[in-house]
Design a protein around this ligand. Structure first.
Ligand code: TEU
Ligand code: CA
Length: 522
């Protein structure tokens, strides 16, 4: 078993805009993050992944990158980013930056040059420009739909159309063009040279397009050509010591997913199957088994993700009658029982932390923040809201600035009003309030992450025989046994030496419903 840091790391996801504000403008920034590094060190994380921190018009929260080699001014400066990397390293925390290769911003230099240079130019060849259909080109080149809603094509003044799988402000690069390939190799080197330990690759399966295909996701999802791109990226990563590539690969087919993890491609990828899984023992067991079966033969460590900046917060999701997640139906407004949701989210956290491989924790997950569903419509920022014709409420509800301390907004986030308003009820959920409470979600995560470092991480698991259908029970190499009761009735604990950690109170030797426990065994 390899000892490299990333194989078993707990990676904390920082959505910078909403983490902590250092200069009081209501927007999180690098100064705020640097001031809170001791919090992350104390929490026990091994690495920090930051969502895009580059100059951006923020048409999609920074996933519309205007310059891949600089820092968004409202977040800070390149010098501050370098200081952040050094300070994290001094605390033993690795850093991971987010690269967006599928598309840039419409304000990015290359796109502005392409508009200027006109049809047929080499500048336009860096993107997907086409003439329209119809008598005067008034119809888009094909019927592809944007993932955010509406057509995937926008027409410009000279009559040509350009492709954007996401918002119109995010034109797609043409990955058949060697200039694009070279440019991103250079961007990777730029950040590796500045000391980042890993790269999270945004929308990694979407880069290659089959323009002759009539449409539907199969025209741009997981085409074979993407693998050659990541082989090139791996060669760049190998020029440096101990740097990794992490793919954002949403694919329903685990066999196809696993191809990205071949030894000459990415090191790891996010396991969204587990994130989307319902709170049911059989479904979770099946997802865990499938994940292990696809990763272990490749020698790649699995990853476990309960949330991120694109999905419904776990306490809200698990409090609903339907506990599944899908981008197509976010279940906005579906009633959620907060007590049940928190109980299950606590149990899910101990489950995810005990599984072999890497773990991702999205900021606020450790505080048990719920999805904020009552943001006023006019304050919503996610392009999905407008582009879906105000039918899909989008992702703002999991991106509300963190509550740090105090009794009222901005709860220590900064000095003034936050870019999205915080609910008044978050007074009980501040990091300060929770740190002092031994039964809080924060204390559970903190204790769990520290134990995990010592006893868990990379490796494999053995299911315990004889557990009831509604119970997940497995042993790790260190002898730690994790038991999760997803049934209605309490169940007896297996033989053990001591209880290391439980997600809720035990009833003597019984594990109550929707509760998880870590046991030390011989
Ligand atoms: O997401 C890629 C993606 O396709 C989905 O996660 C997407 O957010 C969802 O389908 C919308 O319903 C990545 C980023 O994580 C996301 O924040 C960006 O908006 C997107 O890429 C575009 O860069
Ligand atoms: Ca700020």
């Amino acid at each position: 078993m390899s000892e490299t840091w990333w194989r078993g790391a707990a990676i904390y996801q920082v959505y910078l805009r909403s983490f902590a504000d250092g200069n009081g403008d209501g927007i999180g920034d690098l100064a705020g993050l640097r001031a809170r590094l001791p919090y992350l060190s104390d929490l026990g994380v091994g690495a920090i992944w930051l969502n895009p921190w580059y100059p951006s018009p923020m048409a999609d929260g920074g996933y519309d990158v205007a310059d891949y080699r600089d820092i968004e001014p409202s977040f800070g400066t390149l010098a501050e980013a370098e200081e952040f990397i050094a300070e994290a390293h001094a605390l033993g925390i690795k850093t991971i930056t987010d690269i967006v290769p599928n598309h840039g911003s419409d304000q990015q230099k290359w796109f502005l040059q392409a508009l200027e240079a006109g049809p047929g130019s080499a500048e336009r060849e860096r993107f997907h420009f086409r003439e329209g259909r119809g008598e005067s080109g008034e119809l888009p080149p094909n019927d592809w739909k944007s993932i955010f809603g509406g057509p995937a094509w926008t027409r410009i003044a000279d009559g040509e159309w350009y492709l954007h799988l996401f918002a119109p402000e995010q034109p797609d690069f043409n990955w058949d063009n060697p200039e694009v390939v070279e440019e991103f190799h250079d961007v990777l080197r730029f950040w590796f040279d500045r000391g980042v330990d890993g790269i999270r690759i945004d929308s990694a399966a979407l880069l290659v397009k089959d323009m002759d295909s009539l449409g539907g996701e199969e025209a741009y999802t997981d085409l074979d050509g993407v693998h050659e791109i990541y082989r090139g990226w791996r060669r760049v990563a190998e020029e440096y010591a101990d740097r990794i590539l992490i793919g954002e690969v949403w694919l329903p087919d685990q066999e196809r997913f696993a191809q990205y993890l071949r030894p000459d491609e990415m090191h790891t990828a996010f396991n969204f199957d587990f994130l989307a899984c319902t709170w049911e023992a059989a479904a979770l067991r099946c997802s865990i088994d499938l994940t292990l079966a696809t990763h272990i033969p490749l020698g790649a460590p699995p990853t476990w993700v309960l949330s991120n900046h694109d999905v419904t917060r776990p306490v809200t999701k698990y409090g609903r009658a339907d506990t599944s997640f899908s981008h197509a139906d976010r279940k906005h407004g579906m009633p959620s029982d907060p007590v049940l949701g928190e109980r299950r989210a606590r149990a899910a956290a101990l489950l995810a932390m005990a599984l072999p491989g890497g773990l991702y924790v999205y900021q606020g997950e450790e505080l048990g923040l719920p999805e904020v569903e009552d943001i006023a419509d006019e304050l919503r920022q996610d392009p999905i809201w407008i582009r879906s014709g105000r039918t899909d409420h989008g992702r703002d509800g999991c991106r509300v600035p963190l509550p740090w301390s105090g009794d009222e907004p901005p709860f220590g986030f900064g000095a003034g009003p936050t870019w999205l308003p915080q609910p008044l009820e978050w007074k009980a959920l501040t990091a300060e309030a929770q740190a002092a409470n031994p039964t809080s979600m924060f204390t559970l995560y903190r204790t769990g992450l520290h134990l995990r470092r010592e006893l868990l991480g990379d490796g494999t698991l053995t299911w315990l025989s004889g557990a009831q259908d509604e119970v997940l029970a497995f042993r790790r190499e260190s002898g730690l046994v994790c038991v999760v009761n997803l049934g209605q009735e309490p169940v007896s604990l297996p033989e053990h030496e001591s209880v290391l950690l439980a997600s809720g109170p035990l009833e003597g030797n019984l594990l109550p419903s929707d509760t998880a426990v870590w046991l030390r065994t011989a």
